[in-house]
Write a protein that binds this ligand. Structure first.
Ligand code: BGC
Length: 744
């Protein structure tokens, strides 16, 4: 057999390097694929298998992931979850890998930096309510820098599961209910983590998770099976992952969920055919914590060995913590059940990420003083700005907000006023309560001596103890206005934190009811990791601010909204049901066969707050929207514009949401689908024009159940606010059509 050009180049390069005493894979100037090939060619099977093994180093405080804490690390191991808070130990372990392993392959250190590691910023659900992808990118870049300086090269984020069941605790980690919004924010986060180049000193590798459909866990109960049709996969659950792959995400994590009988961590169709063959992803997939071994519990593998076989042949390259690959891959290879080619492919993928991160050249983390590493003022400022833009003014009546200059005394009441820990939210990295600015501190700074502040805790987050009500009542009675800060503890959302009701515990509702008796204006401030059922609370409040779980810097932004220094600009990226029993409820539902019928007989069928809801201290007047054309032919694009005027007296930011509807199609479509959004600042009296350029293949096509995108001629509607404009996509044989189908 004649050697290929590639082999010849390799031989030539190899000879030169050997002559220089440097193996080719160690030459940073050699082409990436040749470095991989060269290294792979020198590895033993045992060394290869170790590259696919990920263990956990340090003490894991995550109650769901109590694995063994490995302290005696094999220097050949592929990856470690690094739970320590500084890089010293990482460097020591890495030194052993570089110097004591035969080939000196650096270890890849991973960790869950989800919304910051020290400078913790708002939970992802809140971030999406900012509708500001650039800010989200900036915050992710802050997180990346701090993560890297902690000794970690790879974060298990972003979570881009579409989440529509607010009982599911992990909804806090998602960007909400809409596939398009999640795609945009997921990609924005990837860009922030990975920077211009993965090898930059402030970049870490991203991990899109959980591939795919984990948000559909039955009944909102974590770890349960998901039943997802092929149509739903392609139109709702896969698009954010495709966008993340296009944004360059280096890795993905396979989910815990069983997708209609085939668990995500053993799903060859999704992991190999879709991800690797169709989308051409060149990085690797890591299993979720124990998700390979869990194939046994899910009833598709009889033992660990079979679980490993299923997962590996499906396309999971790295095995998180359960050591199944380390224990069984060699044996499976000898039995001919897995091939050396597939092991080589898996190892190349892992090595590719390590090379791209520049780990072979820069295996160690520089040690910088803590003050330069974490919580720098400029980084806190990014967290504060994101918190400010993500808070949503849900209700504002009787001019309760902003707090008028006539208000001379303010009562701050509730378990969250002086809380630090819970404002961090779930998955708060190495964030510390002591670094969190409280609501009390923010408000004190904001109002200074102009307003007399009083404080009463009132009650705990739950329980039945009403003994604090009396003090709270007195404080409220003596104040001109009352700010009640209630909500969820951070552990009430996140992993394994499902709830049967999304209402707050009765004690908090009772506290508000008691305070309402004072007759004073009630301003509710909510901090929570999921949409809440506010059916009973909403009527008692004059104003409601959803502050979410803002991280370390939420006090000042909230206080700015209360005082009016900040004009709230957040808009909901998720629907707030009226009551839990309405779930599932989201804006993009399909039309009913009898649209005016079939509603609940005991409650309203409308949510309390719809997707996109959010008030401002100014008013925006939408003028008449116009289309550049009423017909679209060939490869034409269509421009739709709407002028928006700030008719109030303060500067504000408005987000325009553009939706498309396809009223007649071979596959019935959601009643409307978000296709574009834009946030702009508008001064009083100023008119700005929002523009959406409709690209037919991107915005008017839909997938079928094999993932093929179809573009069907006919009428479409484009919607902005309450306007609906109709245009026609003309039948055209020459119009470029669709990528090839994928066979399930
Ligand atoms: C979670 C993942 C996380 C992993 C590692 C799992 O329990 O589902 O999202 O990345 O643990 O901590």
């Amino acid at each position: 057999m004649k050697p290929s050009i590639f082999t010849l180049i390799l031989l030539i390069f190899g000879t030169i390097h050997i002559a220089q005493g440097l193996p080719l894979y160690k030459d940073k100037n050699a082409p990436l694929e040749q470095r991989i090939e060269d290294l792979l060619g020198q590895m033993t099977t045992e060394e290869k298998i170790q590259q696919l093994n990920q263990l956990s180093f340090g003490v894991n405080l995550n109650p769901n992931n109590k694995g063994e804490a490995v302290n005696d690390v094999d220097p050949q191991v592929g990856s470690l979850i690094y739970l320590n808070e500084n890089p010293v130990e990482r460097n020591a372990i890495q030194q052993r890998a570089m110097e004591k392993s035969r080939l000196g392959i650096p270890i890849l250190f991973g960790f869950d930096t989800i919304h910051g590691i020290k400078t913790v910023y708002p939970i992802p659900l809140a971030q999406a309510c900012s509708w500001s992808p650039p800010l989200v990118t900036q915050a992710a870049a802050v997180a990346a820098r701090e993560t890297k300086l902690t000794g970690i090269d790879w974060t298990f984020s972003p979570m881009i599961d579409v989440a529509r069941d607010s009982r599911w605790g992990r909804i806090a980690e998602s960007y909400g209910e809409d596939p398009y919004a999640i795609s945009i924010f997921g990609a924005a986060t990837v860009r922030g983590y990975q920077g211009a180049s993965l090898s930059d000193s402030g970049s870490v590798a991203a991990c899109l998770k959980h591939f795919v459909g984990y948000g559909v866990s039955e009944g909102g109960r974590d770890y349960r099976a998901t039943d997802i049709s092929a149509q739903a996969l392609w139109e709702t659950y896969l698009p954010p992952f495709e966008a993340g792959v296009k944004a360059g995400a280096a890795t993905l994590m396979s989910g815990f969920n069983d997708i209609s009988g085939v668990p995500a961590s053993a799903n060859r169709y999704l992991l190999t055919e879709v991800l690797k063959q169709q989308w051409k992803h060149g990085g690797f997939v890591v299993s979720d914590w124990n998700s390979v071994e869990q194939l046994i519990a899910q009833g598709v593998a009889k033992d660990r060995k079979e679980a490993g076989l299923k997962s590996f042949t499906a396309g999971v390259e790295m095995n998180m913590v359960d050591r199944i690959y380390a224990d069984h891959l060699q044996e499976l290879l000898l039995e001919g059940k897995v091939t050396m080619d597939s092991i080589n492919d898996a190892v190349s993928r892992v090595l590719r990420v390590k090379f791209r991160l520049g780990l072979f050249e820069q295996p160690y983390t520089p040690i910088v003083p803590e003050a330069e590493r974490y919580l720098r003022p400029e980084d806190r400022a990014v967290a504060a700005k994101l918190a400010e833009e993500s808070m949503v003014l849900l209700k504002n009546e009787r001019a309760a907000l902003p707090i008028s200059s006539k208000v001379k005394s303010l009562a701050l009441i509730g378990p969250l006023v002086k809380d630090q820990e819970n404002l961090l939210g779930c998955w708060s990295g190495n964030g510390k309560p002591k670094d969190v600015e409280t609501i009390f501190e923010g408000v004190t700074r904001e109002f200074g001596d102009n307003v007399k502040l009083s404080y009463a805790r009132g009650c705990d987050f739950d329980g039945t103890d009403e003994s604090g009500f009396a003090d709270a009542f007195v404080a409220a009675s003596n104040a001109d206005a009352v700010v009640v800060c209630i909500g969820e503890k951070k552990a009430w959302s996140g992993e394994n934190s499902s709830r049967s009701t999304i209402a707050l515990p009765a004690i908090q509702e009772k506290l508000v009811a008691r305070l309402k008796e004072t007759g004073k204006p009630i301003i509710l401030v909510l901090s929570n990791g999921r949409p809440l059922e506010l059916q009973r609370l909403e009527p008692m409040a004059d104003a409601i601010v959803e502050m979410w779980q803002p991280g370390v810097a939420g006090g000042t932004p909230l206080a700015g909204i209360l005082s009016g220094r900040v004009n709230p600009s957040g808009r909901l990226a998720i629907t707030f049901p009226l009551v839990t029993g309405q779930i599932p409820i989201y804006y993009g539902m399909r039309s009913s066969a009898r649209p005016n019928d079939g509603n609940y007989k005991d409650i309203s069928t409308e949510p309390l707050y719809t997707f996109g809801h959010g008030l401002s201290y100014t008013s925006f007047d939408y003028g008449k929207a116009t289309l550049s054309n009423s017909k679209l032919a060939g490869d034409q694009k269509l421009t739709v514009q709407v002028p928006v005027t700030n008719t109030g007296s303060v500067t504000g930011q408005e987000t325009a949401f553009w939706f498309i509807s396809d009223p007649v199609c071979s596959v019935s479509r959601p009643m409307k689908e978000l296709k574009h959004f834009e946030k702009k600042t508008i001064n009083p009296g100023e008119t700005v024009v929002f523009t959406f350029q409709i690209d037919p293949m991107r915005d008017l096509s839909h997938p079928d159940s094999t993932g093929r995108r179809l573009l069907e001629a006919g009428d479409f509607h484009v919607r902005i606010k309450d306007q609906k404009l109709t245009f026609e996509l003309v039948d055209d044989d020459d119009r470029p059509t669709v990528p090839a189908p994928v066979t399930p």
